[in-house]
Every structure is written in structure tokens, then in C-alpha cells.
Design a binder for this molecule. Structure first.
Ligand code: ADP
Length: 379
């Protein structure tokens, strides 16, 4: 049977950006949004809580395949969908590794993939031990629920995450924190791939991501000076992760390029990712179209770049007064070559409300165009 209706759980901008390629391919897309008026409202068939089994089942029964805008749907609910014969892509067993950083580190270590030195810790004493053997500094992370750098602390003192230990104990579920070496890195990269249930994997060029205050600010595609060894290594690592974890759909692998030239896996996301927004204009097949193809088990599209360089800059926060659209006349007049994306979200400090992408032959010029266009939407 050829599947043709995709159901997306979560109504954020990632679901929103799946809508245009669905329209182009003539595929039906339905979104379960968590609140009225979200980014993907245009395709929303209802509002509902993704933590409620009945709500998710009722939604899933109206589609051919279920996929996601985020990783927060409880595994037990996803297993119930699978038990009822509803295709869930990525499936619950794979998704667990994007939901829980300890599971992810353990699995990647088992697969022999390069990760920072790490340990699971349950007390200040265990943190003290790790600090002693790792030069007195380390990074502690909550296993679940972190995003945009929340749930990540650089520490040099064994008691600096006592509040997290306490919260875990109070939660009743117990569990551990992840501690890892403070990696000395040259830059952060992201490698996106897509994988079909049949096993076909396709990789985009590796990109450089620039973070500010733990949030992705800018993406350069491809990563400068990555041709050859770095590009091949990044693609090999991400392909091994996708295959080893049985991921279906888009997989983003966030990587550190260390000062001594190694690549280490930091984070995984099993859905379209901020580091792939450039592909909407910059690649033959965007990450959003590829995600639809992959979860529908259709042949994947070509992933080469259309231009030598693409630079994507996030619009963070947005205008202090008014809407993004208020700034459109000036921004569009000044930057006719730049593509501007608004997510239909209310401006709020730090919030990702849109992005801009510029492409061309000259990296300095492309970066200038993208940064300068994004600046029209600040303050
Ligand atoms: P989140 O899930 O909140 O995005 P990440 O694990 O990606 O958290 O960490 C956020 C940022 O913190 C990373 O982009 C990186 O800049 C920094 N970071 C995370 N882990 C390490 C590490 N082991 N060494 C050095 N910096 C790190």
C-alpha cells in the first residue's frame, strides 16, 4: 500500500515547514497542535495533549503514518500506536535515544561511535570523582527535558548540581545525570541525513552551526574547510547512527570538531532540525520534503547544494514592538535576494520566530546579506 497521509504530532515551526512540500507533492498533512493558533495551524485538524493516549490514538487513526515536530511524546503512547498497527516514524525504540541523553551516550558507545568521555552519576561524590579524573572541570546534563542549553551546566565544584539531584529524587523516578568531559572544540558542526524504513540513507553536506547563549544563531552550509576528510567522516558517523539506531525520517547529528581534529557526537534530533533550514532554498531536496519522503517510504531526493554557499540566520525574539510583518517592507526592499521565513509566532525575547537564508558564490557576501536582513527584525 502506498501511504499518502502524514500526521504530525506538534504544531511548531518544524511542522509548519513540512506543509509546503506536502502541498507540492500532493500529500495530505494533518497536525495535532498542543494549543490553538500555533505555527502549523494551517494544517491542524485539532488541538490536543500529546501526553494523552486517547487523544493521540484518535488523531493517529485519521492518518497513514505518524511523525513528529518534537521528541516529547511518551514512549508508552508510541508503543500503543505500534501495537495497533499504526506506522510511527521514527519508531519508539529509536526515539528513546533522542529523548534520553544517557541512553544515547550508552548506545553510541556500544556502537563504537566517537563521543566525549562520559559517565552516569547519582551523587556529588560521583561528580567529584569524575572531576578529579578530568582536569577539574566537566559538563553536567539532565538526561531528559533539556533544550537550547537549558539542562546543561559547566561545573568545577561537586555540589553545583545538587538541585538537579534533589529534583530527580523528589520526582520519585530517581535516575542519574550525565556528566562528560568539557570538550575543547574548534567549532560545532551538524550532519543531517534521512533514512527510509527500507534502509536507504541520504546525507546533506555537513554544516557549521554557530551558537549564542546555547541557542543556534547561524548556520553555514557547507561548513567552511570541510571538504574531504571532515565531510566524509561526518557523513559516515551520521549514517552509522541512523542505521545503528534504526532511525526513520530526518536525523540531525550535532558534532564537535575538536581542536585536535576529531569529530565527537554531542546531540541527536530525530526530525527536521534548525541546522537544516538552509536546505529549503539551498539544496535540491529540503529537509522537510525529505522527511515526508522518508516517513512515507518513498525514494529519497538528491541532497546536493544549489549554490556554493548558503547562510541561515535565525530571527531570535523579533521586534520589541509590533510584528515581523511590520518590518517586511524595509527588509524585503533592502534584500531582494534573501529568503525570509516567518513562523507566525508572537515576538518574545529569545524565541525563534523566523529565519532568513541567503545563497551565492561568495561566502562573505552571502553571510553579510543574511545577517543584515535578519537585523531588520531585531529590537
Ligand atoms: P541542548 O540539548 O540543550 O541543546 P546540548 O547538549 O546540545 O544541549 O548542549 C548545548 C551547548 O553546550 C552545545 O551546543 C555546546 O556549545 C555546549 N556543550 C555541550 N556539551 C559540551 C561538552 N561536553 N563540552 C563542551 N561544550 C559542550
Amino acid at each position: 500500500m502506498v501511504l499518502s497521509t502524514v500526521g504530525v504530532i506538534g504544531g511548531g515551526q518544524l511542522a509548519r515547514m513540512m506543509i509546503p512540500p506536502a502541498v507540492e507533492l500532493g500529500i495530505t498533512i494533518k497536525v495535532l497542535e498542543e494549543a490553538p493558533g500555533m505555527s502549523a495551524e494551517l494544517a491542524a485538524t485539532g488541538v490536543g495533549d500529546y501526553r494523552d493516549l486517547e487523544t493521540v490514538i484518535a488523531f493517529a487513526e485519521t492518518v497513514d503514518v505518524v511523525t513528529f515536530d518534537h521528541e516529547h511524546v511518551p514512549p508508552a503512547i508510541l508503543r500503543e500506536l505500534v501495537a495497533r498497527g499504526i506506522p510511527v516514524r521514527p519508531g519508539p525504540d529509536a526515539l528513546l535515544f533522542a529523548q534520553d541523553k544517557l541512553h544515547m551516550r550508552a548506545k553510541l558507545t556500544e556502537l563504537g561511535l566517537p563521543v566525549p568521555d562520559w559517565a552516569a552519576i547519582e551523587s556529588a561524590d560521583e561528580l567529584a570523582e569524575f572531576l578529579e579524573t578530568h582536569g577539574g572541570r566537566a559538563v553536567v546534563k539532565t538526561a531528559r527535558g533539556g533544550y537550547d542549553g537549558k539542562g546543561v551546566r559547566v561545573v568545577s565544584e561537586p555540589h553545583s548540581v545538587d538541585d538537579w539531584f534533589l529534583a530527580l529524587a523528589e520526582d520519585g523516578r530517581g535516575g542519574a545525570l550525565l556528566v562528560e568531559e568539557l570538550v575543547s572544540f574548534r567549532r560545532e558542526l551538524a550532519q543531517l541525513v534521512a533514512r527510509r524504513p527500507s534502509g536507504e540513507v541520504s546525507a546533506w553536506p555537513v554544516v557549521e552551526t554557530v551558537q549564542r547563549d546555547g541557542v543556534c544563531a547561524e548556520v553555514i552550509a557547507p561548513a567552511p574547510q570541510s571538504a574531504g576528510r571532515i565531510a566524509d567522516l561526518a557523513a559516515d558517523i551520521a549514517t552509522a547512527v541512523a542505521t545503528g539506531l534504526g532511525v526513520t525520517g530526518v536525523l540531525a547529528v550535532e558534532l564537535f570538531e575538536t581542536t585536535d581534529g576529531r569529530l565527537l557526537v554531542n546531540e541527536l534530533a530525530m526530525r527536521p532540525h534548525n541546522s537544516g533550514h538552509w536546505s529549503i532554498e539551498g539544496s535540491t531536496t529540503s529537509q522537510f520534503e525529505q522527511h515526508l519522503r522518508a516517513v512515507l517510504d518513498l525514494p529519497l531526493g538528491a541532497t546536493g547544494s544549489r549554490d556554493v554557499w548558503s547562510v541561515m540566520v535565525n530571527i531570535l525574539g523579533g521586534p520589541a514592538d509590533g510584528t515581523l510583518q511590520d518590518r517586511y517592507p524595509a527588509a524585503l526592499a533592502a534584500h531582494p535576494m534573501v529568503k525570509i521565513h516567518g513562523y507566525g509566532k508572537e515576538p518574545r525575547p529569545g524565541r525563534k520566530v523566523g529565519h532568513v537564508t541567503a545563497s551565492g558564490d561568495d561566502l562573505d557576501e552571502v553571510a553579510y546579506q543574511a545577517r543584515s536582513a535578519a537585523a531588520f527584525f531585531e529590537g
